[in-house]
Design a protein around this ligand. Structure first.
Ligand SMILES: [Zn+2]
Length: 228
């Protein structure tokens, strides 16, 4: 189907809530009002030593960390993230990013953040998906909190190892992805907020943070849309 036909279809198909699939009202954006009120918000951005922060204890230095929502299998949060990652629903990603900015802006714990950076996606996956879901979150975030955005090529994935054949313990202790940095001079002394869609064991974020902490006097904080 031609691009113009797809655009025309957008005009006539009802927009649906990315969390519950019910049709959206004209004033609703990506998620319907009942879902918006029922989403399991963690409040972690206001809590020191929260569950996500503790994932990094003894591994890498993190200033502050938080996940906006609690992930429930087969729940609304799961549906939203699935649509963002696998169904091309960038609107829900932008909305999640805006909510993350709304929350973090009210938290003194994140007050000194001055740069925001998406966890990069492996180039192969980027080609398949056409976009980096974490970058979509960053784009939404910056609509409400326009922090500096380091050069998009600043950090890239240099290696991913397949995890499926490893035992549970190994999977948890292995850093899944290795990251490489480009020219980091503009980041010296900065406080970078690293954004990703979901945090489970924290292994991917840990790899990213390790790479970033090679920059002199850099501080890192973390925010994800959800935590498992
Ligand atoms: Zn809904």
């Amino acid at each position: 189907m031609g691009r113009w036909l797809l655009d025309a279809a957008d005009l006539f198909l009802p927009r649906c809530c990315s969390a519950c699939d019910r049709p959206l009202m004209a004033h609703e954006r990506a998620v319907c009002l009942p879902c918006l009120h029922d989403l399991p918000r963690t409040g972690m951005h206001l809590q020191a030593d929260n569950r996500v922060e503790r994932l990094f204890h003894g591994k890498v230095a993190v200033q502050a960390a938080a996940a906006l929502l609690q992930f429930n299998r087969r729940g609304r949060v799961q549906r939203m993230l699935h649509r963002l990652k696998y169904q091309g629903d960038q609107a829900v990603g932008l909305e999640l990013g805006r909510w993350m900015a709304e929350a973090l802006r009210t938290s003194p714990r994140f007050a000194t953040v001055d740069h925001v950076l998406a966890v990069p996606l492996h180039p192969r996956r980027l080609r398949e998906r056409g976009y980096n879901q974490s970058q979509v979150l960053v784009d939404g975030f910056r609509e409400l909190w326009p922090l500096c955005l380091p050069d998009q090529g600043l950090m890239r994935v240099v290696r991913t190892t397949t995890q499926t054949r490893k035992g549970r313990w190994e999977r948890w202790t292995n850093v899944k992805e290795a990251f490489e940095l480009g020219d980091t001079r503009p980041l010296a002394g900065a406080h970078v907020l690293l954004i990703d869609d979901v945090v489970t064991t924290g292994a991917t974020l840990e790899g990213c943070i390790r790479a970033l902490l090679c920059v002199p006097d850099l501080r890192v904080s973390v925010c994800t849309a959800a935590t498992a």
